[in-house]
Design a protein around this ligand. Structure first.
Ligand code: ATP
Ligand code: MG
Length: 304
């Protein structure tokens, strides 16, 4: 993270385009915002290239004039207008459809564009930061991404490694999230060891959610392996081969107990559901097959 921080400080003041690469959840948007903040100019405008398609994206990007289409009662400025003087962050740029790649290229070349349904050119002076979890060079090879647009975006590049390639960041990030979300919670050495050896396919976002979940579910201060979500616990790989008794231990029940208390199973099911839905209680209740009020009551029962 120090290395990334150093690059952010260097790239911030420049107005050149930056291409931020990294797997999902590695912190591409965090880094893009940091670069913008170091630059300290104008607004940071997020343009989500994966959520907009065709004509909708065009009017979002470039705005539209009054009467451009049914329902366009007033003129509307586009995202690129809002980015004037600041930064336009093209998130998930690899998802941009071909026809929009061509339009975006023109805008980047000329810094000018036309609102939908208008003939006049408007100009906007923005810095471009683009992010993707795809291998854009390979996309160019596969003719799914325009080479000329790629070269425009790929002026300065910042690659954020996945968390499993920088495990030394895990304790630092945990300390950060505990300080922010915890209530004086502390991790046992065993828990810390599990978290450091886990592969984190969801990267920093997954780690953030795990810490949030553990601190929300346990009043603390000590968090033990029993508090780890099943995704992390089971990933250790040794649990399936262990005896049932050992599994019970991992679930927080004494080794010599032949039976898991129902309350324990219920609590785990609820924790897992909330972990799966990323904390969305409405969806969790549906998955668990209980009403929302019942879920709330049970959460209260378990002191969550
Ligand atoms: N260095 C960091 N310090 C603190 N929090 C971080 C850091 N990196 C990432 N995060 C947190 O992790 C989460 C994911 O970060 P972000 O949204 O920037 O990732 P991303 O690479 O854009 O992910 P995606 O590809 O899924 O869009 C966010 O909640 C963010 O606050
Ligand atoms: Mg993102």
């Amino acid at each position: 993270m120090r290395e990334i921080h150093r690059l952010v400080q260097r790239m911030g003041p420049s107005r050149l385009p930056v291409l931020v690469l990294g797997e999902t959840g590695t912190g591409k948007e965090v880094v893009a915002r940091a670069i913008h903040d170091v630059g300290g100019r104008g607004h940071f405008v997020v343009i989500d290239c994966s959520s907009m398609v065709g004509p909708l994206m065009e009017s979002e990007l470039f705005g539209y004039s009054k009467g451009a289409f049914t329902g366009a009662h007033n003129q509307k400025l586009g995202l690129l207008d809002s980015a004037d003087g600041g930064t336009a962050f093209f998130d998930e740029i690899g998802e941009l459809p071909m026809e929009l790649q061509m339009k975006l290229l023109r805008v980047l070349q000329e810094k000018q564009f036309r609102a939908v349904g208008s003939v006049g050119q408007r100009s906007s002076n923005f810095r471009v930061i683009a992010a993707t979890n795809r291998d854009l060079a390979a996309e160019v090879q596969a003719v799914r991404f325009r080479a000329d647009l790629f070269y425009r975006l790929n002026v300065m590049r910042l690659r954020i490694p996945p968390l499993r390639e920088r495990r030394e960041d895990v304790p630092v990030l945990i300390a950060h999230f505990l300080a922010r979300d915890g209530n004086g919670h502390r991790l046992s050495d065993e828990v810390m060891a599990s978290l450091c050896s886990y592969d984190w396919p969801g990267n920093v976002r997954e780690l953030e959610h795990v810490v949030q979940q553990m601190t929300a579910m346990n009043s603390g201060p000590w968090l033990t392996p029993a508090d780890l979500p099943s995704s992390v616990r089971n990933a250790k790989g040794d649990l399936p081969s262990q005896s049932m008794a050992a599994k019970y231990t991992a679930m927080g029940t004494p080794v010599d107990s032949p039976v898991i208390p129902l309350a324990e199973i219920e609590k785990r099911a609820i924790l897992d559901a909330l972990s799966y839905t990323k904390g969305d209680r409405t969806v969790a209740a549906v998955l668990l097959g209980i009403g929302r009020t019942t879920l709330y009551r049970k959460l209260k029962e378990y002191g969550v």
